[in-house]
Design a protein around this ligand. Sequence first.
Ligand SMILES: *[C@@H]1O[C@H](CO)[C@@H](O)[C@H](O)[C@H]1NC(C)=O
Ligand SMILES: [Ca+2]
Ligand SMILES: [Ca+2]
Length: 225
Amino acid sequence: MAKSILCKKMILCVVGTMALVAMVTASDMNVKGDVPDVHVLVTRDSDKCTRKAAKHDILVLHYEGFFPNGTKFDSSIERPGANPFQFQLGIGQVIQGWERGLLDMCMGEKRKLTVPASLAYGEQGSGELIPPNTDLIFDIDLIQVHDGPQPPNVFKMIDIDSDNLLTRDELAMYLARQSQMQGVPMDLANVQNLKVLNNIFTVEDKDKDGRISHEEFTGPKHEEL
Ligand SMILES: *[C@@H]1O[C@H](CO)[C@@H](O)[C@H](O)[C@H]1NC(C)=O
Ligand SMILES: [Ca+2]
Ligand SMILES: [Ca+2]
């Protein structure tokens, strides 16, 4: 995971829940007409579909990623050891294009996902590898699907005063606690966390009232309050 393009920005990935925020610019699951969505093409049907990928499942898969011009930028197969990539669906560990495009996929199925930049790495791109505003194409071979753990209720963890709204202060404190647990030096943490905080509010506070409601929050939470 750590070596994967899908989780390149380590600090953000460790923060986990918030990784999605740094990686996507549009994460509204209620797709509106004008928001480009991921395009899914099934390139091989599963022989017998015993299990379909659902939220919170652990997925084990091989993938190859391409730019629209055909250049391959990443491949789980070509890495040393060729270990398949493993992650939990539905908790922001991967780009939104995957979160959406892998839902209901059968074990043994192959898909080609065409992911608009807004559901991949957005205007920021990712490191040296993914330029800003780049659509990405992925060939996915889903090897295994199994039950994942119930993720922690991160919303509750952030919402210290339990009013079901996340303020900037509450989120800042949460990020500071996370950095401290990971032993990130304070100077560095302060700078990084401010960026993360701003990103999160830009993306998650959809009605721009300065607070993130339970409904707005796309990180791990339980559906019931
Ligand atoms: C293909 O597209 C990528 C991303 O836009 C770019 O970085 C790369 O230089 C392109 N390669 C060729 C051969 O055009
Ligand atoms: Ca609160
Ligand atoms: Ca809000």
